[in-house]
Design a protein around this ligand. Structure first.
Ligand SMILES: Cc1cc2nc3c(=O)[nH]c(=O)nc-3n(C[C@H](O)[C@H](O)[C@H](O)COP(=O)(O)OP(=O)(O)OC[C@H]3O[C@@H](n4cnc5c(N)ncnc54)[C@H](O)[C@@H]3O)c2cc1C
Length: 444
């Protein structure tokens, strides 16, 4: 039997999955390894976090997506390192998987700038588990405020803090303001959910800093029009249960969400090659490693500067394009042909802010408001994987648009877990207000 070259792919995200699809039913034997059994459409994670969509609507089993690619095997496992000399991937359970070509596409996670201890108080949004945890905290905060008001007769206004004014921060802040003012307003009897504060802190002088400045300004106005307080030039210096320190002031809050800072997967370090400041692997123009041309690093883990001097951005189109190019380079090499270098095709960027509100820039044109929002809707449905998911998401959006209802509002978990969560949020709030009072006395 003729030996077919063996390609191992780490990660079934946008980069790894697109590489696997492009290698499907080609003269190679492919093994895709992921620590999860599903591919997540990350651009819609915030909609799970804010109860518009259910987790199953934005994720698909990787095995299902690649079912028709007869030469692709999908393995559940966590890569923890590499034996480059022996061309093998090392898995967490001690197993080794050998390769002729290796594609590493482990993605990125949020970074807390050296303060990993903040993560418990201020979760970030990267996985389905993160989204469900954020949804739980947001919904529980309303439930607790209602319970307090019912039991004590005292009303207090909720405060949601979002740290970071990039696309995820803007989307989360806009969606929480929407929920508070629309979806929940009728269902809560003892509190007025419309009085909930949503504050977005951004360290620079504008939100959505990668967009043209007039679009950033428009996004800020659109956020403010739905009740989000946008505070620019302000760094969150510390996070503790129930409060955040901005500048020199401690601010009480019920829920804090982290939407800034990205660090590449720690897998990059284990490759033993040069990394950039964000932990991304410096790759050659064809996305391979300098002394190991059979190893490729793609997607959010790769650091490459384009011909115009700008780095390739960490976005899904870049990861997909890298996956497709790497697959075609491997196939070319097998046929004895030359590899091509990676050139990022920027198709434009967009960010949504809330119901009927968004900004977009593409092909030198700029869009704001309803038109941009429609563009955002159609593009996201188009790229969502799976026909059933597309239909289901379109239906959920249509329903949410017509009724302003959020259909995925369940807080799940057994009684013990629920009690733990309630106690965590309550303790955080009590702790926060004690410290804030002490702080203001000291200041006085
Ligand atoms: C909340 C959010 C919103 C976003 N919105 C947008 C947007 O609107 N538009 C846009 O273009 N981009 C957006 N992005 C960025 C985009 O999702 C990423 O650029 C893209 O997912 C990168 O693809 P990737 O393949 O490098 O990594 P990922 O898609 O993150 O995939 C990495 C995969 O590797 C697996 N993995 C990681 N480590 C291991 C390991 N050790 N062993 C085995 N498997 C492992 C993971 O389980 C995962 O499946 C968003 C990202 C987030 C988090």
């Amino acid at each position: 039997m003729i030996h077919k070259p063996k390609v191992v792919i780490i990660g079934g995200g946008f980069g790894g999955l697109w590489a696997a699809k492009a290698l499907g039913n080609k003269p190679v034997q492919v093994t895709l390894i992921d620590r999860k059994n599903h591919h997540v459409f990350q651009p819609l994670l915030y909609q799970v976090a804010t109860a518009v969509l259910s987790p199953g609507e934005i994720a698909q089993p990787i095995r299902r997506i690649l079912a028709n690619a007869k030469n692709v095997e999908v393995i559940l496992g966590e890569a923890v390192g590499f034996d480059k000399e022996a061309s093998a991937v090392l898995l967490g359970d001690g197993a080794r998987v050998e390769y002729d070509f290796l594609i590493v596409a482990g993605g990125a996670r949020h970074a807390y700038f050296g303060h990993d201890e903040w993560e418990t108080c201020a979760p970030g949004l990267k996985t389905l588990e993160d989204a469900v945890e954020i949804r739980r905290r947001v919904l529980l905060a309303f439930e607790l405020a209602e319970r307090d008001a019912y039991l004590t007769g005292r009303q207090r206004d909720l405060n949601f803090v979002v740290v970071g004014g990039g696309p995820t921060g803007v989307e989360l802040a806009g969606a929480i303001a929407d929920i508070a003012r629309q979806a929940l307003a009728k269902d809560f009897k003892a509190i007025d959910t419309r009085k909930a504060r949503v504050t977005l802190y951004e360290g620079s002088d504008r939100v959505l800093g990668t967009f043209a400045s007039d679009l950033s300004e428009s996004a800020k106005r659109q956020l403010e029009s739905i009740g989000v307080d946008v505070v620019l030039n302000s760094f969150v210096k510390e996070i503790a249960p129930g409060r955040v320190k901005v500048g020199e002031d401690w601010i009480d809050c019920d829920v804090v969400l982290w939407a800034t800072g990205v660090a590449a997967s720690p897998l990059g370090k284990t490759l033993g090659v040069e990394l950039d400041k964000a932990g991304r692997v410096l790759v050659e123009p064809d996305l391979s490693l300098k002394d190991h041309p059979n190893i490729f690093v793609i997607g959010d883990m790769a650091s490459l500067v384009q011909a115009n001097g700008e780095p390739v951005p960490g976005v899904s189109p870049a990861a997909m394009q890298m996956g497709t190019l790497t697959a075609s380079n491997i196939l070319a090499e097998i046929k004895g042909k030359k590899r091509a270098n990676f050139e990022y095709w920027d198709k434009g960027t967009m960010a949504t802010i809330g119901r009927s509100k968004a900004i977009a820039q593409a092909a030198g044109m700029k869009f704001k408001g309803f038109i941009a929002w429609l563009m955002w809707l159609f593009l996201h449905v188009f790229f969502l994987i799976g026909f059933r998911n597309r239909v289901s998401v379109m239906f959920s959006w249509f329903w949410a648009y017509l009724t302003r209802e959020r259909s995925a509002r369940l807080i799940t978990g057994d009684a013990d877990e629920m009690q733990d969560a309630v106690e965590f949020l309550q303790a955080a709030r009590v702790e926060g207000s004690k410290k804030a009072k002490k702080g203001s006395k000291t200041a006085a």
